[in-house]
Design a protein around this ligand. Structure first.
Ligand SMILES: Nc1ncnc2c1ncn2[C@@H]1O[C@H](COP(=O)(O)OP(=O)(O)OP(=O)(O)O)[C@@H](O)[C@H]1O
Ligand SMILES: [Mg+2]
Length: 256
């Protein structure tokens, strides 16, 4: 998951997508590659992990020490908040290939939560077979930054699957999916609606695909996972019959 602009939802989508993929039976490992402004630990409810990628990168711990299971079928490799340790890490020398190879036994899908921006040191060090998903919102600034990133990824010959339009809602002042597709010359692989439940679920260290299964957001994320896996997904519909039953009981049409 990559984006030019920050705050577009890479980390929360990585987590939600990870949970969705695990619901399809996949073993997922999420790597927090944001070494400076990490927050995968917060979003997954894994507060203050003892060992982080920082300790591994300064060779004080081994990578196996910082693979944490946060849900069934979903593991996280978090980054830390220790600014002192960070000073001793040179991002240009990190071999993400090697890191993923060393934890390959922990899963079959590795989701990388990249830092925002167009740092060619980080992007250039990605495994060659990485499949990149650009995340953008429909604002001008977010799409403009996605375009800069798109150009750099092309130069680096990295495979971009398409873009996810996050926090989407229809507004004539925002760019439409068609306009963004034309600008980025990429297919939109999913439009995830703007949903305040996202923040609420994350505050509990959970994902919307668990807390709000019939919401349009959860269905969109589940559908995205199914598409990535080449599987079928039947959207979960809101249970209207139980709502109707409750209304009928309330007005006395049914016994309590
Ligand atoms: N579809 C959505 N609808 C509403 N809010 C969302 C949605 N997706 C993400 N958010 C919220 O947007 C905020 C930013 O999300 P997140 O931290 O995942 O973005 P990021 O791109 O990883 O940011 P950073 O650049 O700081 O790493 C969070 O509060 C998150 O809950
Ligand atoms: Mg983030």
């Amino acid at each position: 998951m990559a984006s030019g602009k920050g705050g577009v939802g890479r980390t929360s989508l990585s987590f939600n997508l990870g949970v969705a993929l695990s619901l399809f039976g996949e073993e997922v490992v999420i790597l927090d590659m944001d070494l400076v402004m990490a927050n995968m630990d917060v979003i997954t409810g894994l507060l203050n992990p003892e060992v982080t990628l920082h300790d591994v990168l300064v060779r004080e711990k081994s990578i196996e020490d910082c693979v944490y299971e946060v849900n069934q079928g979903i593991r996280v490799v978090p980054t830390g908040m220790h600014f002192e340790t960070l000073k001793n890490i040179n991002t240009s020398y990190i071999s993400w290939n090697k890191i993923i190879e060393e934890i390959s036994d922990y899963g079959n899908i590795f989701l990388m939560d990249l830092p925002a921006g167009i740092d060619s040191n980080i992007l250039g060090a990605l495994p060659e077979d990485s499949e990149i998903i650009l995340v953008t919102t429909s604002t001008m600034t977010s799409v403009a930054d996605a375009l800069k990133l798109r150009i750099l990824l092309k130069e680096l010959n990295l495979d971009v699957l398409g873009f996810v339009l996050n926090m989407w809602y229809d507004d004539k002042f925002l760019l439409s999916p068609k306009e963004i597709e034309a600008l980025l010359e990429l297919p939109m692989i999913s439009a995830i609606p703007y949903d305040r439940e996202m923040d609420r679920a994350l505050a509990l260290g959970r994902s919307v695909v668990e807390t709000n299964t019939s919401s349009p957001t959860s269905n969109a994320i589940m559908q995205l996972s199914a598409d990535l896996l080449g599987k079928q997904y039947q959207p979960v519909e809101p249970d209207k019959s139980s709502i109707l039953k409750r209304i009928k009981k309330f007005v006395g049409m049914l016994p309590e």
